[in-house]
Design a protein around this ligand. Structure first.
Ligand code: F6P
Length: 319
């Protein structure tokens, strides 16, 4: 293998730049030529592809976003779109591809692999919802952004003795909400993986109020409904005054944490190693802090689950 490509696709996540840097530098270390594909699969289809040098990825390890830009590309879901992409890869002489992104991006990588094109998936999403790795690139940074926001909201929540509902991202996964709730001592965490009853949520608020609590924090994962609806229901069932904060895309930006930079560097470099070993159709990840790789079809057939023990602990600590 002499020439490889790298792209980022789907929702960006802090640490993607560190992963791109690792792919480029590890590739060049092994005497490969590395090409950057801009705008995800859309750029692959249109041939928005440029050679990257060591200096192309200088001064990006600490930056959020992705220097290759990203897109959600419907055309690549079609066989015609995939064919156009493969033709571009052939035109540029690119023999292997590293795709950094979430499950939608991995679907594209799987299609390329099925058509005999060597592709490795690197999990980059704030949602932490990709099987085959304990952590995805960007989760830790997004989590810390949420914690920082909640710490600030706490101050005003106490002053005004209000109940704050904070809606966090995660698509269909509750990891961000669960980890943030545990890290910030939230009274209640609502995640799509677990059932909840609003009358019980209100009873818990009442118990806290009776023992003198000045405010309450409820974290709602976007996958189980809107924070506004939760607030309306609490006000319907009680006299608590609520306020809602939807953290939104602030969770996707910012300088990646040291954890995400290291994770991204390890996973990006490992993807290049796998291509050099002749492996294809794999995903990389870490489990128990060890690098692992799995068949991409198998990873996509698995359902992401939350850590039940952690959820139980969050319940026990917020009685
Ligand atoms: O997958 C990352 C993510 O930020 C999800 O948490 C969220 O549901 C979605 O992307 C938002 O997508 P968009 O930026 O396209 O609105």
């Amino acid at each position: 293998m002499k020439r490889i490509g790298v792209l980022t696709s789907g929702g960006d996540s802090p640490g993607m730049n560190a992963a791109i840097r690792a792919v480029v530098r590890k590739g060049i270390y092994h005497d490969l030529e590395v090409y950057g594909i801009y705008n995800g699969y859309a750029g692959l289809i249109s041939g928005n592809i440029k050679k990257l040098e060591l200096g192309s990825v200088g001064d990006i390890i600490h930056r959020g976003g992705t220097m290759l830009h990203s897109a959600r590309c419907l055309e690549f879901k079609t066989p015609e779109g995939q064919q156009k992409g493969i033709e571009q890869l052939k035109k540029f002489g690119i023999e292997g591809l590293v795709v950094i992104g979430g499950d939608g991006s991995f679907q594209g990588a799987k299609k390329l692999s099925e058509q005999g094109y060597p592709t490795i998936g690197v999990p980059g999403t704030i949602d932490n919802d990709i099987p085959g790795t304990d952590f995805t690139i960007g989760f830790d940074t997004a989590l810390n952004t949420i914690i920082d926001a909640i710490d600030k909201i706490r101050d005003t929540a106490t002053s005004h003795e209000r109940t704050y509902i904070i809606e966090v991202m995660g698509r269909d996964a509750g990891d961000l909400a669960l980890w943030a709730g545990l890290a910030d001592g939230a009274e209640t965490i609502l995640i799509p993986e677990e059932d909840h009853k609003m009358d019980q949520v209100v009873q818990k608020l009442q118990r806290g109020h009776e023992r003198g609590k000045k405010h309450s924090i409820i974290i709602v994962a976007e996958g189980c409904g809107s924070g506004v609806d939760v607030a309306k229901e609490i006000e319907r069932l009680s006299d608590f005054e609520t306020r809602v904060t939807v953290l939104g895309h602030i969770q996707r930006g910012g300088s990646p944490t040291a954890f995400d930079r290291v994770l991204a560097s390890r996973l990006g470099a490992q993807a290049v190693e796998l291509l050099l070993e002749g492996k294809a159709g794999r995903t990389v990840g870490i489990e128990n802090n060890k690098l692992v790789d799995y068949d991409i079809t198998e990873v996509l057939s698995r359902k992401h689950s939350i850590d039940k023990q952690m959820y139980k602990l969050s319940q026990e600590l917020s009685i």
